[in-house]
Each structure stands twice: as structure tokens, then as C-alpha cells.
Ligand binder design. Structure first.
Ligand code: ADP
Length: 482
């Protein structure tokens, strides 16, 4: 076991948890056990929430000048950078993604802390003119104890996406990483302690969703939940939080359209389409999993995509291939099920369409990158999130039809438009129901740009200044002057 036994972080102490039970986390490329992780249960969540409540008003945190709070976050960012290579390797082993993609995730994780460190002393209210008799102002207060339930596809980056703004705004945190990928979040806990974050400000409880996760979402003493994951679980989290009238930020799935017009720069659009679906083996909420190609260039475009897809290298993440394994047996089976379904629905497999079993790949959860052509919008492979390296290709005639197809799903996370016509680009940007539009790029933006869904892709915004709305509450104070 490369990483041995891993404990949970509650009130600044590393503990084995109330039951002493552990669960294994595995390398999805080999199925080898990487670590035995302390299994957090309801009792541990109770303790973590209690620790966060105490820390919220403790002078070491609540009494800290805001600039000092910012400096603490800068120190965490610096430590992430110092340990980036170690963290990237750990992330790759735990979730399977190619090493260069994990390195990019560590860069993003550090950037979240840097970005919000800078905001910590720049969060201020307004004064509101009412009449000469009154002085009225607003203040932005922390919302309290924030819960963060994180998925397995960007384990550390998504954890930091929520934790950094929550801390910058003066909240205290209980973080539950996904059971498949708890390692980097726990390492973040060590780095945060090393940076000098007071005990209880950041608590990290690994455990299972139905157990630790559900208890955290419904805990009466948390004040906000940030959840990233499936729609089904998002609904459960929202219901649990509703019982306590606790707001939620939900970033759920997607079935995002990547729309290529005939006048697009061909090479850029091809490279964009490959990146959109094959990054992290398609296990990305904002993956471009529906490729809409204008009829005139459809055949040439698909042919070139297939040619490039055939050259992609699969392998263990540490070899830095183009695609690593899927994260788990469950995800592997789910993707294969969808591939089967696509075939039965009458879509045409251009390339791939099966597990990859050559040599050492047999030991892991590898699926060949797959292109489905002749997909119709009503097919389930055009409607449902597959979360794997499986692209559904749909032809379209004109802009009107492209918009109709783009909006014909229950999701609305992102969309991309490839065209040289600036009018078409902006018209579609207005007409497509999605929280983020990429024009002539895919995955544009960064830690500073707001991210979140329309429709069943969720609500609330993460990243950028926008995210701070969730982690503060506004108080209005009205003072009589005479
Ligand atoms: P997936 O099905 O892809 O694993 P989930 O949405 O179920 O995605 O998981 C995302 C995160 O939500 C994980 O940290 C998981 O442990 C957690 N989770 C799963 N079920 C629940 C639940 N009922 N309540 C709260 N959290 C949950």
C-alpha cells in the first residue's frame, strides 16, 4: 500500500474516527489498493460540524484581520505549489487521470487559493442613501459552517473551488471527499495545518455518500451545502438541506453541445472537439459530449476525428497517456452499458465501442475512445450523461436547428460554438440555455469566471467573485440619525 493508513481531520487532530473502520481506495489502472482510509460515519460528521461551529467564533479565526486571513490562504496556495508534483502523482494514482492533467489540476487548486486569498480583505458592503434621517449600510457576513460534498473526477480542484472562497469569506468548513478519491483532500488538510489554519476551521471527513454524505447534507448545524455530482444525488442533498432551510449550491451533470459550423477554423474545431470529450476520459461535468456538426462538413469532420481518435494512447495515468482508466468498476460498467445502448438504439459506431483489454490494460477500467455517428436527439445516448470517452455526433442544417438540438436536453451546463461569423456566435450564445458559452474554444475561462448550470445542471455559481454570494450573507443596518 503506497499510502498506508489515512486518518480524518477533525478539530485540528488526525483521528481514526468513531468506529475505527477503514475503506480501501484503489488505483483504477491496476486495481491495487493505495491506502486504507478512515471511514467517517454520522458520529464523525457530528464532531466535525461541532468543531467547525466552535472555530467559527473562536478569536483565532473570527478575530483574525481579513488581510491575515488572506495571507493564510496564500500560504496554503504556496504549499500546494511546493507539493504539486507529489499531489499530482497521488491524484493520478487515485482517480486514474493522465499525469499532465493532474498537474494542471494542482495548478488550478493553487490558483483558487490565490484568487480568493486576494479577495479576503476586499469583501465589503455598500451604503444606501434613503433620507437625511437615516444612515443605511450593508455588511457581508460569513454564512457559518459550510459543507462541501465533492466528486471523484477533479478531487482536489473541486474541493478547493468551494473551500477557498468559503474560507476567504470567514466561514468554517466540513469537507467530504468522494469515497473513490479521498487522498489529495486529506493531504490538503495536512498542508492547511502546516500553513497555520486554526484547528476546526477546515475539517475533512472521508466516507461514503449514503452515510457520511447524507448525514452532512441534512445536519441541522450546517449553514450552506456545496455539492458537485449527479442530478439524483443533488436532489437528495437539496431535500436534506431543505429540512433545515439551508441554501445549496448544486453543480450537477451536463450533456453539453459542441457546435461546429461549416465556416469554423477546421483544425481548431477538431482539436477542440477531441479535448472536449477525451479530457479525463470524458469524466468531466462540462465535457462536450454532443458534437453538432453542420451538414456540409460533417463527413470530412467525422473522418478526421476518427483518424485522430485512432492514434490516442491509453495507459496508466503515471505514463501520461492521452486517456487513463475510468475511475471505478461501477463507472466502467456504466459506460459500457451506454455504449451497448447506443448500438441498440441504432447509432453508428465509427471507432471504439468496447473496453480496451490489450496487455496491462486488462487489469484496469479502460474503455476505448468511442465515436457514435448518426445519433438522433431523442436517443438516450444524446440525452443522458455517460461520463466516459463516448461522443454522440449529430448533424445539423442551420443555426436554428443547431439551437433546437442544443436546447433539447434537460441539462444546461456549458456549450461551445465554432464559427467565424461573429453574429452567429453571439446570437447562439444568447439562445442557448447554458451557464457558460465557449466561442471558438472549449473549457475556456478559469478560476475567475463564474461557473454553474441552467436547468438540471444545477444552480448557484462557483468560481470568480460570483461564488462569494453563496458564502456570505448580507445584513442591512439602518440607523436613525436624529
Ligand atoms: P457518482 O454517482 O458519480 O459517484 P454522486 O453524485 O453519487 O456521483 O457522488 C458525488 C458525491 O456525493 C460523493 O462525495 C458521494 O459520496 C456523495 N454522495 C452520494 N450520495 C449521497 C447522499 N445521498 N447524500 C450526500 N452525499 C452523497
Amino acid at each position: 500500500m503506497k499510502y498506508g493508513k489515512r486518518k480524518m481531520l477533525i478539530a485540528g487532530e488526525w483521528t481514526e474516527g468513531s468506529t475505527g473502520e477503514t475503506f480501501p481506495t484503489i488505483d483504477p489502472a491496476t486495481r491495487e489498493v493505495l491506502a486504507e482510509v478512515a471511514r467517517g460515519t454520522a458520529a464523525d460528521i457530528d464532531q466535525a460540524v461541532e468543531a467547525a461551529r466552535r472555530a467559527l467564533h473562536h478569536p483565532t479565526w473570527a478575530g483574525l484581520p481579513h488581510a491575515a486571513r488572506g495571507r493564510l490562504l496564500y500560504r496554503i496556495a504556496a504549499l500546494i505549489r511546493t507539493h504539486a508534483e507529489e499531489l499530482a502523482e497521488m491524484e493520478t494514482l487515485d482517480c486514474g487521470k493522465p499525469l499532465s492533467q493532474s498537474r494542471a489540476d494542482m495548478e488550478t487548486a493553487a490558483q483558487y487559493f490565490e484568487y480568493y486569498a486576494g479577495v479576503a480583505d476586499k469583501l465589503f458592503g455598500t451604503t444606501i442613501p434613503i433620507s437625511p434621517q437615516y444612515f443605511d449600510y450593508t455588511v457581508r457576513e460569513p454564512i457559518g459552517v459550510t459543507a462541501h460534498i465533492v466528486p471523484w473526477n477533479f478531487p482536489l480542484a473541486i474541493a478547493c473551488r468551494g473551500v477557498a472562497p468559503a474560507l476567504a469569506a470567514g466561514n468554517t468548513v466540513v469537507l467530504k471527499p468522494a469515497e473513490q478519491t479521498p487522498l489529495t483532500a486529506l493531504r490538503l488538510g495536512e498542508l492547511a495545518m502546516e500553513a497555520g489554519l486554526p484547528p476546526g476551521v477546515l475539517n475533512i471527513v472521508p466516507g461514503f455518500g449514503h452515510d457520511a454524505g447524507a448525514h452532512l447534507a441534512g445536519h441541522p448545524h450546517i449553514n450552506h451545502v456545496t455539492f458537485t455530482g449527479s442530478v439524483e444525488t443533488g436532489i437528495a442533498v437539496m431535500k436534506a438541506a431543505a429540512n433545515n432551510v439551508v441554501p445549496v449550491t448544486l453543480e450537477l451533470g451536463g450533456k453539453s453541445p459542441n457546435i461546429v459550423f461549416a465556416d469554423a477554423r477546421f483544425e481548431d474545431a477538431i482539436a477542440g472537439a477531441m479535448k472536449a470529450i477525451f479530457s479525463n476520459a470524458g469524466q468531466v461535468c462540462s465535457a462536450g459530449s454532443r458534437l453538432l456538426v453542420q451538414q456540409e462538413i460533417h463527413d470530412r469532420f467525422v473522418q478526421e476525428l476518427a483518424r485522430r481518435t485512432a492514434t490516442l494512447r491509453l495507459g496508466a495515468g503515471l505514463e501520461d497517456p492521452d486517456l487513463g482508466p475510468l475511475v471505478s468498476e461501477e463507472q466502467f460498467q456504466r459506460v459500457l452499458h451506454y455504449i451497448d445502448l447506443g448500438k441498440r438504439e441504432g447509432a453508428q459506431v465509427v471507432i471504439g465501442g468496447e473496453p480496451a483489454t490489450e496487455g496491462p490494460l486488462r487489469q484496469g477500467f479502460f474503455v476505448k475512445p468511442t465515436l457514435f455517428d448518426a445519433v438522433r436527439s431523442e436517443m438516450r445516448i444524446a440525452q443522458e450523461e455517460i461520463f466516459g470517452p463516448v461522443l454522440s455526433i449529430l448533424p445539423f442544417r442551420d443555426a436554428e436547428e443547431a439551437v433546437a438540438i442544443a436546447n433539447d436536453v434537460s441539462y444546461g451546463l456549458v456549450a461551445a460554438i465554432w464559427t467565424r461569423d461573429i453574429g452567429t456566435a453571439h446570437r447562439l450564445a444568447a439562445q442557448i440555455k447554458a451557464g457558460q458559452i465557449f466561442i471558438n474554444n472549449y473549457f475556456g475561462g478559469g478560476v475567475a469566471t463564474p461557473f454553474g448550470g441552467y436547468k438540471k445542471s444545477g444552480f448557484g455559481r462557483e468560481k470568480g467573485i460570483e461564488a462569494l454570494q453563496s458564502y456570505t450573507q448580507v445584513k442591512n443596518v439602518c440607523v436613525t440619525l436624529d
